[in-house]
Design a protein around this ligand. Structure first.
Ligand code: UD1
Length: 366
């Protein structure tokens, strides 16, 4: 049996690594890895392949940036001949990025089965490009691997055949658990190079959602709030390329006391910083989950989340676009009043193995 995996953007890489590794141990399974090239900077892509020990991609579609339609169309056009050439029995796609939906559409038209890892998540917010990608991918997928119960409930509500849906747990946490010791080692070895002292209280911030960074007023309010928080505890902010461009355009990229903009970090360095941070401020999806696993207070600057388990069970608070509340909640955490949480079920480091077991049964028709 040949399985082809499609990855494209930074958050895909840590999800694919445990699945490739678990499938490797099945007899008679060949695997191909296709990188769409949605993310192409070395520090958004190559460094992740190295640290996660992902095999070199067999094919790189090299699509690069573009509007949503352009990027999605380019991926589809470049992926179709790859699929026709190799004719895998199954294509596995990850998460909710443009590469995920583009590859799923090509497979559906050519009659190739799709497995979707991280299926069923819903924010209910169709203004988010990722929500559209999730809805479409889940309608097309033949096997849907969910990280938490809410995913199963969402899919049932949308009429997805329950036999296709498998609650397997969180693959991103598989990678976190595997690499946590290396991340802590890396922080101990290289922490002195950081603009903050990781042994002292500090905040870790990441912001890249269009709703936050493509709205000049909102981005300015966010930067002002971070500068305000930095007066109490320094803030280190690894900046996504999209955000770097917007900060430059608006002249907001100057350093302010205690607020440190730095280049995007590799996986191990970022995970190491999360383990040491007093507080995490983000609009990412994955970081809401990682902070819940690590028991770190997380303030999410979005009106909703597709990962409600991080709020119901974990350490996450959803603050919408309210930067005054961000300052107040950050103040509470820095004064020692942080939300506590528990690790959700099946976030145990074995989700990749469960996915491999489901695919093994699927190929033998059981
Ligand atoms: C994408 C995903 C988002 C995910 C994020 C993680 C979609 C719809 N969005 O958003 O869900 O949270 O990745 O990073 O797929 N750029 C570079 N170098 C790169 C990649 C991007 O400079 O290696 C710049 C380009 O100017 C590009 C912009 O960043 O226009 C945005 O990249 P894109 O892949 O379109 O979306 P992200 O915002 O990264």
């Amino acid at each position: 049996m040949l399985i082809l995996h499609v990855v494209g953007a930074r958050p895909n890489f840590m999800k694919a690594a445990p699945v490739l590794s678990a499938l490797d141990s099945l007899d008679g399974v060949g695997q191909l890895l296709v990188h769409t090239g949605q993310h192409y900077d070395a520090n958004m892509s190559q460094v992740f392949f190295d640290q996660l020990e992902l095999p070199r991609p067999d094919v790189n579609l090299g699509v690069g940036s573009g509007s949503h339609a352009v990027q999605t169309a380019r991926i589809m056009t470049a992926f179709e001949p790859v699929l026709t050439e190799h004719r895998p029995e199954m294509v596995v796609v990850y998460g909710d990025v443009n590469s995920t939906v583009a590859a799923s559409l090509v497979c559906a038209k050519l009659g190739v089965a799709v497995g979707h890892v991280e299926a069923g998540l819903r924010s209910g917010d169709r203004t988010m490009p990722e929500e559209i990608n999730r809805l479409v991918t889940d309608q097309l997928a033949d096997l849907l691997f969910t990280p938490s119960e809410d995913g199963n409930a969402n899919l049932a509500r949308e009429g997805v055949d329950r036999d296709k849906v498998h609650l397997v747990g969180n693959v991103m946490i598989d990678t976190l658990i595997r690499l946590l010791p290396l991340a802590e080692e890396k922080l101990a070895e290289t922490g002195h190079l950081l603009p903050i002292d990781p042994a002292e209280p500090f905040c870790l911030a990441t912001l890249h959602r269009p709703a936050n960074v493509d709205d000049p007023g909102m981005l300015k309010r966010l930067v002002d709030a971070l500068a305000d928080i930095a007066a109490r505890a320094p803030v280190v902010f690894p900046v996504h390329p999209r955000t770097t461009a917007r900060l430059k355009e608006l002249g907001l990229d100057g350093q302010r006391p205690g607020l440190h903009f730095i280049a995007p970090l590799d996986y191990l360095s970022f995970l190491g910083l999360q383990t040491a941070a007093t507080l995490i401020i983000t609009d990412s999806g994955g970081i809401q989950e990682e902070s819940t696993y690590l028991g770190k207070p997380c303030l999410t600057m979005r009106p909703n989340t597709e990962r409600p388990v991080t709020v119901d069970s974990g350490t996450n608070l959803i603050l919408g676009r309210d930067t005054e509340r961000l300052k107040a909640e950050a103040g509470a955490v820095l004064s020692g009043r942080a939300k506590r949480g528990v690790v959700p079920p099946l976030w145990d480091g074995r989700a990749g193995q469960r996915i491999a077991a489901v695919i093994d049964s699927w190929r033998s028709g059981t």
